[in-house]
Design a protein around this ligand. Sequence first.
Ligand code: NDP
Ligand code: 8X3
Length: 257
Amino acid sequence: MVSIQNQVVLVTGASSGIGMACAKAFAATGAKLILAARREDRLQTLATALKDEFGVESYVLVLDVCDRNQTQTQLNSLPEPWSNIDILVNNAGLSRGLNKLHEGSIQDWEEMIDTNVKGLLYVTRALVPGMVERQQGHIINIGSIAGHETYPNGNVYCATKAAVRAISEGLKQDLLGTPVRVSSVDPGLVETEFSDVRFRGDTDRAEKVYQNLTPLTPEDVADVVLFCATRPAHVNLSEVLLLPTDQSGATLVHRRS
Ligand code: NDP
Ligand code: 8X3
């Protein structure tokens, strides 16, 4: 494991789920965290917990990745010692609804595309030039099994994750010849607030997604993200698909009766 102590790691979507688990995993190694999301109270609580538990300072960045101007301005004016980002975890994302395409909500589509695709692109566009200039950096995109397989009623969410996969691939090609690495970590079912957000607070429906199977935890995903980040400089884990043992495909899950 290569040390990333004192490296600056920016995690988008650090206020919950996989992003929060990544922030904790990186903080445990002594990395310096920039915690980005919209809910400031949660980020502040996390920053305090990281200080208490690991003794690391974090920078709280209240950021809506859908806001192009805000994203550009905030990321281009980070104060010292936070301005040179070594590792970017592009994690912020969401799903909205589970509907047939011809019955879907256009507003839901726009929210998913704006966040999962355009937001990820805005953050990447703002930060990668500095990585190329400094000849140092690693972008870790959180994709999904949904980017490998489309499932019924998942249409637009799956399309956004297929786009993330294509963006990871394209960015890797464009950075060839530089030391900047691009990894895609693509989980299956992970129990987080993801389904609560998808079903807009319908907790019963959200819980059913993970019922009678053992889903991944956010920490399982964070382990893999950290593993990618701590390989020697000549090793790039290009794409990792990680599934619960109870899942073998987007719709193929084993539920105990
Ligand atoms: P959560 O709902 O628990 O976390 C989502 C995070 O994204 C929150 O921190 C939220 O913060 C942030 N976020 C959402 N919209 C924005 C925005 N506009 N600007 C900034 N931050 C935003 O879900 P997960 O942890 O599960 O999701 C994280 C990623 O993992 C997503 O990209 C998701 O698609 C992906 N994924 C999830 C899987 C799962 O089964 N859970 C499986 C495969 C991939 P806030 O609301 O405070 O802004
Ligand atoms: C989240 C996993 O299968 O719910 O990307 O779409 S799934």
